[in-house]
Design a protein around this ligand. Sequence first.
Ligand code: ADP
Length: 322
Amino acid sequence: MVLDINIYLILISLSAAILAGLLTSPFLRTRKLSFILGAVLVALGFYFLQNGGSEQVKTTAIYNLSSIGLGFGLVLRGLVRPNIHRPKYSNQEAVIKDEAVISIRNISKDYFNGVKTTALRGVDLKINKGEFVAIMGPSGSGKSTLMHIVGLLDIPTSGSYRLAGKEVANLSPSEQAEVRNRDIGFVFQQFNLLPRTTVLDNILLPTIYNNSTGSKDRALEIINKVGLSDRVNHKSNQLSGGQIQRVAIARALMMNPHIILADEPTGNLDSKTSEEIMAVFQQINKEGTTIVMVTHEEDIASHAKRMVKLKDGLIISDQIRS
Ligand code: ADP
């Protein structure tokens, strides 16, 4: 009988088993599976505990309790964790067919730093190939969080994110890096070029780890596209803010990404230079690259074809320019 067993033994085996359940559930691909397996283990544990009768020996009771605990662990994890998809990626180009290149459904993000902060609360957003979208909103509305999730620099607390048709919401860090390097180019406000290094070498940087052939020719072609042909061998400390941002754009384009994510790309630039940088973005977009850009400046956003406004972690308006 259970009552014959030392209470500490019961508590230890139950907690160990709950812990085991929590730890093993990530290996199950979906929370449904975790939930069902957990429920079966709990049911079996209780059944044998009930039917063991007075002859039941300690070890069998502990086994049953462990099964209950393990089951509870899995059920708990199944309840609180979003689905775990671990798709495998090949180096093949992702095929985009009639599906949005970015498809976000019911994405939420909570931060826990002593207190819980909800940065996004169930955001839905679809972006088609070739769009140029500006994300706007007051400070703290969730723009950067959304960009980090879209750029696979962070994972959402819950919800689905399909990038080029593949679920990527819960990739491991190495899978995130693989998809990020292949599909996404970043342009940030504070762009750190390698100091005392030429424009060409800064732009060639992303290719170092990818054994890309013909990299130099491609880099020169891109340098021409962003209007820096006369600065190829200038070092980064010899460039203006606008030129540095052009290098940043060129570097983002180097791996031929599907999407360019730009976070306040003109934040440090005067208005004339900002216009020039936006003209570069528009040209790149015309050539087919999808661009998603965070900005708080209306006139910068007006270069995009679509404007999405966030407030308090929710999209409050989504307008396409006529
Ligand atoms: P925005 O880019 O629009 O200014 P953020 O996405 O940076 O907004 O932030 C949204 C909310 O989430 C804010 O309340 C912010 O304080 C909070 N937040 C952002 N990053 C973190 C973090 N790493 N830890 C805790 N809270 C965060």
